[in-house]
Design a protein around this ligand. Structure first.
Ligand code: BTN
Length: 253
């Protein structure tokens, strides 16, 4: 059996009673998890795939998960949370991933939730909320972590990286999955705790940097000076005008 193999049996052994769906190849783990959440699967249920053929990223982008080279995992959460604080789910994902990646290599979070090694992205996080009318039924937290994807010669060279390129030992996705779920459980139980926001803030390299942010309303250039408790990035531009950015793509420089 190849090293770092994933299978339902292997995962079932380490995940115990946690509801699990595993796919060798699937469109998007977030799609499966959403459907499963609507069918009533409990919080903590996890969908894992070795390959995604139609992985989704933030802001309508795609996400590559080639077989045996990455981790694609979606967790069903059922937070009792004020809709204005939904960003806390993304925060808990970012903090959990950063804490685990840190056990292998130095890492940081670029606002809102890109996990970086140096200046390159190793992991993306996509939280998708499921509503029934005004009621939040669930949030699916999707994590895409590059383990040994080779970006050389691709448009992502210089922008994306893989964990194994920086770690001193080969990476076991099974071990990573158990580490990630432990950290996600820990922070899920503390979603209302101000410590979550404070910890996420500590991880953010974006604060204090000069940034260009592409938002739906246009480009904002300025200095990111803080985040607020709802997760928005606070930016002051050259004229001294303050901006509160809730969604956007940050470029530093
Ligand atoms: C980003 O754009 O930074 C977010 C990427 C999120 C990718 C993960 S991979 C597992 C889950 N399934 C998806 O289709 N997307 C997320």
């Amino acid at each position: 059996m190849a090293a770092d193999q994933l299978s339902f049996q292997i995962l079932e052994q380490v995940l115990g009673n946690r509801p699990l769906r595993y796919f060798e190849s699937i469109g998007s783990t977030n799609d499966v998890a959403q459907k499963w959440a609507l069918e009533g699967t409990p919080a903590g249920s996890v969908v894992i795939a070795d390959e995604q053929r139609a992985g989704r990223g933030r802001m309508g982008r795609g996400w590559q998960t080639p077989p045996q080279q990455a981790l694609a995992m979606s967790v069903v959460l059922r937070p009792t949370i004020d809709p204005n604080h939904l960003q806390r789910v993304t925060m808990l994902g970012g903090v959990a991933v950063a804490e685990v990646v840190r056990t292998y290599v130095t890492t940081a979070i670029k606002w809102p939730n890109d996990i970086l090694i140096g200046s390159r992205k190793v992991c993306g996080i996509l939280a998708e909320a499921l509503w029934q009318g005004e009621t939040l039924k669930a949030v699916v937290l999707g994590i895409g972590l590059n383990i040994r994807v080779n970006f050389v010669g691709t448009p992502l060279e210089g922008i994306a990286t893989s964990l194994e390129d920086h770690a001193t030992q080969p990476i076991s996705r099974v071990k990573l999955i158990t580490q990630l779920l432990d950290h996600m459980d820990y922070w899920s139980a503390r979603i209302h705790d101000p410590l979550l926001v404070a910890t996420w803030r500590e991880w953010l390299i974006t604060i204090g940097q000069h940034v260009h942010i592409q938002t739906q309303q246009g480009m904002i250039d300025g200095t990111a000076y803080d985040v607020d408790s709802a997760g928005a990035l606070l930016v002051v531009d050259a004229e001294g005008h303050k901006h509160r950015v809730t969604v956007g793509d940050v470029r530093v420089g």
